[in-house]
Design a protein around this ligand. Structure first.
Ligand code: AMP
Length: 200
């Protein structure tokens, strides 16, 4: 099974991806996690991405596309994968199409987590405050300014993917404001009803 989770920062993509990993035994490919690992390791990619990420802006398409192309070629991605945080721009989605086409693969579903932005901002701000209170380390982009930038980037560059995948007939929208378990159940219902890629 090959899936994309689409939604603004804080919508719960990572949480739902982890649930799907447990349920279906497929891997979660989070470009955010991969980029943070590159930053922590100080690789050339990490050095290019570090400041861009801290500001809440998008890392250039060529960098992320290369990372994903590498990652989906790994043996553990053979069984399937959940893309969490990728694609984030139309050129990334087009590059993904080409990558999958070259491997004679297709996407089974694109799941959009629909959220109310006002509530979302409060939710993320509360998570930041709770983590700070517990003395837990924060991400470099876990601050109000970067968060606004990340939402702006989502609106301007990522939201057009909703129409992009709707045109392809692979888009399914789920209420991301529901309880975590209810969102997970709604995703499972979508996947049970979605026509597998190999039948299309
Ligand atoms: P995330 O963990 O998905 O919220 O990503 C954190 C940050 O990593 C984003 O704000 C971007 O700076 C960068 N990033 C992650 N995925 C992508 C992507 N597909 N395209 C561009 N930048 C990305």
């Amino acid at each position: 099974m090959r899936l994309i989770l689409l939604g603004p920062p804080g919508a719960g993509k990572g949480t739902q991806a982890k649930h799907l990993v447990d349920k279906f035994g497929i891997v979660q490919l989070s470009t955010g996690d991969m980029l943070r690992a590159a930053v922590a390791a100080g690789t050339p990619v990490g050095q290019r991405a570090k400041d861009i990420m801290a500001r809440g802006e998008l890392v250039p398409d060529d960098i992320v596309v290369a990372i994903v192309a590498d990652r989906i070629a790994q043996p553990d991605a053979k069984k399937g994968f959940i893309l969490d945080g990728f694609p984030r721009t139309v050129p990334q989605a087009e590059a993904l199409d080409r990558m999958l086409h070259q491997r004679a693969l297709d996407l089974d579903a694109v799941i959009e987590l629909k959220v109310d932005e006002g509530i979302l901002l409060k939710r993320v701000e509360k998570r930041i405050a709770d983590m700070t209170a517990r003395g837990e380390p924060l991400r470099a982009d876990d601050n109000a300014e970067a968060l606004h930038k990340r939402l702006e980037a989502y609106r301007a560059q990522t939201a057009p993917l909703i129409a992009f995948y709707a045109r392809k007939g692979t888009l399914h929208s789920v209420d991301g404001m529901a309880e975590i378990e209810d969102v997970a159940n709604a995703i499972e219902r979508v996947l049970a009803a979605a026509e597998p890629a190999e039948n299309r």
